[in-house]
Design a protein around this ligand. Structure first.
Ligand code: ZN
Length: 258
């Protein structure tokens, strides 16, 4: 930027300068942001898998506790069975014998049911072990992708960082040349339109005085064109999209010719 001409720069010149630098800043930032978004997505995938794995590990612990309970249940059933077998041998009447035998068979049935439950739980643990192993394998792969994304972002930061800082300083300087109220309008539009805060005027039909907004294509009233042609220091905005309008030099020259 030549500082000699700064004094005679119009509001429009300053806005166009800001527009240009702002677009460059946004372009570089978006390159960084896409690398950041990618890393964030990779982190999320990794964290989701980790959470799934952790949930399975804690379910496995619960199942193992259940299995331990069933094991001790079976042990106490076995003690009962042993006692009943002793009673059987010691029974003196067939009535007594049959009574003990009935009880023994009931407890035996209970033992077999408990054992079935335990085997079921053990099979569940086996399946969970398989699922955990598969998740662990996926985690190793995810980790690789994530590390790669992390390196890429770091590289981009060094590559772009310096240039971006330089442009951000340039942008601040360009912004300081624009009055506060106009700057507010510009910033709001630039945020709404991803940097495209301004639009040039397009000549549709010069003879019929038809002009349009270069961004949204709506036809513009001729009064707006006259104001812009006069290099006035008032903002002229598109009636539809509200972008700040500007006139390219060739359009201005062509309008000057009768
Ligand atoms: Zn428009």
């Amino acid at each position: 930027m030549t500082h000699v001409s700064e004094n005679c720069m119009t509001l429009m010149d300053n806005l166009l300068n800001l527009y240009r630098v702002d677009m460059q800043v946004r372009g570089l930032r978006s390159r960084l942001e896409s690398a950041e978004r990618y890393l964030k997505a990779q982190n999320k995938l990794f964290d989701d898998l980790t959470a799934q794995r952790d949930e399975l590990v804690s379910r496995k612990k619960q199942l193992q506790a259940t299995i331990a309970n069933l094991e001790s249940e079976i042990a106490s059933i076995d003690q009962k069975l042993e006692k009943f077998r002793g009673d059987l041998n010691a029974s003196s009447t067939s009535k007594q014998y049959n009574a003990v035998l009935t009880e023994l068979n009931t407890v035996k049935l209970e033992r077999s049911k408990t054992e079935d439950r335990m085997i079921e739980e053990m099979e569940r643990v086996e399946q969970i072990d398989k699922d955990i192993a598969s998740l662990e394998a996926q985690l190793i792969e995810r980790q690789k992708v994530r590390d790669h994304a992390e390196r890429e972002l770091a590289e981009k930061r060094t590559e772009i960082g310096e240039r971006l800082a330089e442009l951000e300083r340039e942008r601040a300087e360009a912004a300081s040349a624009v009055p506060a109220s106009e700057l507010e309008v510009f910033d709001k539009l630039a945020d709404d339109y991803e940097g495209e805060a301004m639009a040039n005027i397009e000549v549709i039909d010069k003879r019929r005085r038809e002009y349009a907004c270069g961004a949204c294509n709506i036809h513009l009233p001729f009064e707006q064109i006259s104001v812009l042609k006069g290099r006035s220091d008032t903002l002229v905005r598109c009636t539809a999209c509200r972008r700040i309008l500007y006139m390219q030099d060739e359009t201005r020259e062509s309008l000057a010719k009768k």
